[in-house]
Design a protein around this ligand. Structure first.
Ligand code: ADP
Ligand code: MG
Length: 568
């Protein structure tokens, strides 16, 4: 009995479908990239599962995806022999969006088409992009290892619900049948399809095949219609991109591969591709995106690299290979040293993992250094998107503290603007004769930092002070005590000792003032009583009469505010 059910899409899927047809239209051919990408993922998953159960191949180990044109019925079918889906899986995967933070994401959409389509692109539309060109989509699937009568048919015209029915399906895997809209008949053009595949799918590690001449065998109403002459022909290169030599891969190919693994629709900002032989053997291909993902600050957002062992896909989001402060990095790691049966648990504390993580971190840091050196404007763009994440680095990665510090950018009294563009090396280069400290101030906002009375003496003496006001800055400065042997000193904390920067005459004048004003200080102290720890004569103010400072070993006022905000 055909057991047919109708299901409603999750609310977010409905929203996505509504938006997509309008917003993504200018980019419509990407549906093919998404569907071929899913077929490749399905092949990867089957290979992985077959490592421990080779029966799953069912004597059909040549994994491929086929594009089948049917001009009479105006359908384009994307057919794979990958892992396939069970009835439950179909309902779950093609009816909901599983990503964490989905609800939060959709609540950000504004109704402004241009802006929303940007966001949607970043979010990744995946399978649902089929509805950009199709007004009805039929999916036939049968999971690897299941009997032929455990097949399932999913069907929807994208308007809010879908149906699911049990069917017979001899061949393992998934067929996605697109009933093309009247105005999308260009996708029935053999040549057009080949050129899109050439653009999007050369780097995919399975063969994309099309029938050459005539028509392939097909089934109509349960009846087999034999092929007319011709044969299947592979139309992509089908070599995993990272296995190729650097010199043979074009920038366009790197960018396409980035989109395949990241689900990003925009080009990457930069990448680093390395093949390492010897003690450790691995290939890494690491990308820095151009834009921060919408959920970068979401704690349970998944991140990490796509892990392969000896070219076999093992898992997505292997976060063990990237420290948290580099969580924006996307890429592939293919190791020859890890066992094929490696699991997340095994990765947890494993010597090889630790080495690879160190090596990958270094790669990213030097990629960023190069960018900062050779393309400062591009680096500024990177900093705007990811600077606040990188600031978590010195606390997390003590060993690379100095290198990370070199990548930080700050606003400062030097250019008196809120743009964060001053590096610590810039600062060192401008230090005054006799200055041996790096001065900084943390506050609630740029305005509060740059107008702080604590800066008066520094401005007067022409000593540069770094201005900080981001939430993470206090945390950063708690873990960064020095850079190139110069200590960081907060201008708001404790006794201000300008050391060599004070000349003899000033020092004498200060001594005299100290004696003269001692009785006044005593009176103020008595008046304020327990409210303050100490009343002290200060030389740091030039026009403001007095200010409150934190003790040298106390939390700064900024940190106190942070703790209060956190309810402590
Ligand atoms: P993503 O690929 O980012 O997970 P998609 O929307 O592209 O998101 O696909 C959703 C899910 O549907 C996939 O994660 C996968 O589980 C399932 N899926 C889609 N296409 C296929 C396919 N051809 N074979 C097996 N599973 C598939
Ligand atoms: Mg996908």
């Amino acid at each position: 009995a055909v057991h047919t059910e109708t299901h409603g899409f999750q609310t977010e899927v409905k929203q996505l479908l509504n938006l997509m047809a309008h917003s993504l239209y200018s980019n419509k051919e990407v549906f093919l990239r998404e569907l071929v990408s899913n077929a490749a993922d399905a092949a990867d998953k089957l290979r992985f599962k077959a490592l421990s159960d080779s029966e799953l191949y069912e004597n059909d180990g040549h994994l491929r995806v086929r594009l089948i044109l049917d001009k009479d019925n105006k359908t384009l079918t994307i057919s794979d022999n990958g892992i396939g889906m069970s009835r439950d899986e179909v309902i779950e995967h093609l009816g909901t969006i599983a990503k964490s933070g989905t609800k939060a994401f959709f609540s950000q959409l504004s109704g402004d088409q241009a802006r929303d389509s940007q966001l949607i692109g970043q979010f990744g539309v995946g399978f649902y992009s089929a509805f950009i060109v199709a007004d009805k989509v039929t999916v036939l699937s049968r999971a690897a290892g299941q009997a032929a009568d455990r097949g399932v048919r999913w069907e929807s015209d994208g308007d809010g619900s879908f149906t699911v029915a049990d069917i017979e399906k001899t061949g393992r895997g998934t067929d996605v049948i697109l009933h093309l809209r009247e105005e999308e008949q260009e996708f029935l053009d053999d040549w057009r399809l080949r050129s899109i595949i050439g653009k999007y799918s050369d780097h995919i590690s399975i063969a994309v095949e099309m029938w050459k001449d005539g028509e392939p065998e097909r089934e109509e109403d349960g009846e087999k219609i034999p092929a007319t002459e011709g044969e299947w022909e592979q139309v992509n290169k089908a070599t995993a991109l990272w296995t190729r030599a650097k010199g043979e891969v074009s920038d366009e190919e790197y960018q396409e591969f980035y989109k395949h693994i990241s689900h990003d629709w925009q080009d990457a900002l930069a990448w680093s591709h390395n093949k390492v032989e010897g003690n450790q053997e691995y290939t890494s291909l690491l990308y820095v995106p151009a834009k921060a993902p919408w959920d970068m600050w979401n704690r349970d957002q998944s991140h990490g690299l796509k892990l392969y062992v000896q070219r076999v896909f093992i898992m997505d989001d292997a976060e063990q290979f990237m420290p948290t402060y580099l969580r924006f990095v996307k890429g592939v790691l293919d190791s020859n040293d890890l066992p094929l049966n490696v699991s997340r648990e095994i990765l947890q504390d494993n010597k090889v993992t630790a080495q690879l993580r160190k090596a990958c971190s270094k790669r990213v840091l030097s990629l960023l250094e190069q960018m900062a050196r050779n393309e400062p404007e591009k680096y500024q763009g990177f900093w705007k998107e990811f600077g606040n994440v990188l600031k978590e680095g010195p606390a997390e990665d003590y060993g690379n503290r100095e290198q990370i510090a070199g990548l930080l950018r700050f606003a400062s009294t030097h250019n008196d603007a809120d743009a964060q563009s001053v590096s610590l090396d810039d600062y060192l280069g401008r230090m005054k004769e006799g200055q041996d400290k790096i001065y900084y101030i943390t506050a609630d906002s740029y305005a509060a930092a740059s107008h702080s009375p604590h800066l008066e003496i520094f401005r007067k003496k022409g000593i540069e002070v770094l201005l900080m006001w981001e939430r993470v800055d206090e945390w950063l400065m708690n873990h960064l005590s020095d850079y190139k042997e110069k200590q960081f000193v907060s201008v708001t904390k404790g006794e201000l000792d300008l050391g060599e920067l004070d000349d003899e005459e000033t020092k004498k004048a200060q001594e005299a003032a100290k004696e003269a004003l001692a009785p006044l200080l005593e009176r103020v102290k008595t008046a304020l009583g327990e409210e303050v720890k100490e009343v002290r004569l200060s030389h740091r103010l030039t026009s403001t009469p007095s200010c409150v400072v934190a003790g040298e070993h106390d939390m700064s006022t900024q940190m106190i505010k942070l703790m209060r905000a956190a309810g402590q």
